[in-house]
Write a new protein. Structure first.
Length: 388
């Protein structure tokens, strides 16, 4: 029989094989990781939590002791227990935390290898899960935002979202520790405009021109007619309808979006995915006003996928890689090019020249190959677009 003891925040199962103090410690770890408990926050007094949960105070004390050994909380004599502040000023504690993190990562790697996954698959899975975690949290936390402003060389990326960009940023960080990639997912058109006016070093774009059937090049010629531009393919990917597992609403195409029992979630204006959607709607004779949820905009594929995974929408248009990561079903619509775009004068000089080295590295190609929906047959291929 399942016996649990609940508060408004914590559910303890006293019949579980997992020790109760572990359950308490895990709950508090999650609260710290999610930002519900911030550095400096005071934890409930041991005796108060014990009374609330109807437990022996020693059980709660043991959970607190475990968290204190890990450096997650600190005890202040006579004042209680608090979530630890930044540990950069405590070399001993910082070293212990790094050692513990290393052990956690090592166990995960060993388990993955034991199941037959390659190192590249493990690397891709970790990076993509981290991207998903950030997306579900809504934004980078304060410490991560501060790190973006840290000293060192940086590549400013603005453009369309794709998980391959997250993987590339991670790869660059591995190959060149002093170089970071600052990403802002603002859509393909905004990214190209940012490159043209010097606000970005590189853009990510997947804009399909209806008249020519070409990706990106016609838009680059119109937006940067007097510049020599380098276009390097990052990946070819599948775009399609992201739906809940087993497609319970039986969604098959554009016309299903007009059904009254269907809620759609859209991408922002200027994104390549939004332009693709609007093109398909025009071709099918479907007006945006017929679609419930058309006005609801999200800025990334993962945000759309997460919205569907939470049951807040039935369908959205996006990349297979995001659908797979969110545990959704995927109905392919087309294969498209996702290219990196930069002015030639910047592309050939550091730090941007490192970008090509990272994209063309065999390790990165192997990582991309491990992601469903990606094709690397043209990855690293360069096209020079000169003024006419």
């Amino acid at each position: 029989m399942h016996t649990s003891r609940k508060t408004s925040q914590l559910d303890i199962d006293v019949t579980s094989a997992e020790p109760v103090y572990h359950q308490i410690a895990d709950h508090l770890r999650r609260q710290v990781a999610l930002g519900d408990l911030r550095p400096g926050a005071r934890l409930p007094a041991i005796r108060a939590m014990a009374r609330t949960l109807n437990l022996d105070p020693g059980t709660v004390a043991r959970a607190y002791q475990e968290l204190e050994r890990e450096g997650i909380i600190t005890g202040r004599r006579g004042r209680g227990s608090f979530v630890s502040a930044a540990v950069s000023d405590d070399n001993r504690l910082a070293e212990e935390r790094q050692q513990r993190l290393g052990l956690v990562m090592e166990r995960a790697i060993i388990e993955a290898m034991g199941l037959g996954f390659t190192a590249e698959e493990a690397s891709a899975a970790f990076t993509l899960r981290l991207a998903d975690w950030r997306e579900r949290r809504g934004r980078l936390d304060k410490d991560e935002r501060a790190a973006v402003g840290a000293p060192g060389a940086a590549i400013r990326f603005l453009g369309s979202h794709d998980l391959a960009v997250e993987l590339l940023a991670s790869r660059i960080g591995t190959l060149y520790p002093s170089l970071r990639v600052e990403t802002s997912f603002v859509g393909s058109l905004a990214g190209l405009l940012a490159v043209s006016c010097g606000e970005a070093d590189v853009a990510g774009a997947h804009l399909l021109d209806e008249d020519t059937g070409e990706f990106n090049i016609p838009f680059i010629r119109r937006l940067m007619p007097n510049e020599t531009v380098v276009l390097m393919n990052l990946v070819q990917r599948l775009q399609g309808w992201m739906v809940a597992r087993k497609n319970p609403r039986h969604i098959l195409g554009v016309h299903d979006l007009t059904r009254r029992d269907i809620t759609f979630v859209n991408r922002q204006k200027g994104s390549g995915t939004r332009i693709l959607l609007d093109s398909r709607l025009r071709a099918a004779g479907v007006a945006p006003g017929e679609i419930r949820g058309y006005e609801h905009e999200e800025n990334t594929h993962m945000a759309v996928a997460s919205f569907i995974a939470r049951g807040q929408a039935d369908v959205g248009l996006g990349a297979q890689s995001a659908a797979n990561l969110a545990g959704l079903d995927f109905i392919p619509l087309l294969k498209e090019r996702y290219d990196l775009v930069a002015l030639q004068e910047k592309f050939e000089r550091p730090p941007l020249s490192r970008l090509q080295e990272a994209v063309c590295s065999e390790g990165f190609l192997n990582v991309l190959r491990s992601v469903p929906g990606y094709n690397v047959s043209e990855t690293c291929k360069i096209t020079i677009i000169s003024p006419k």
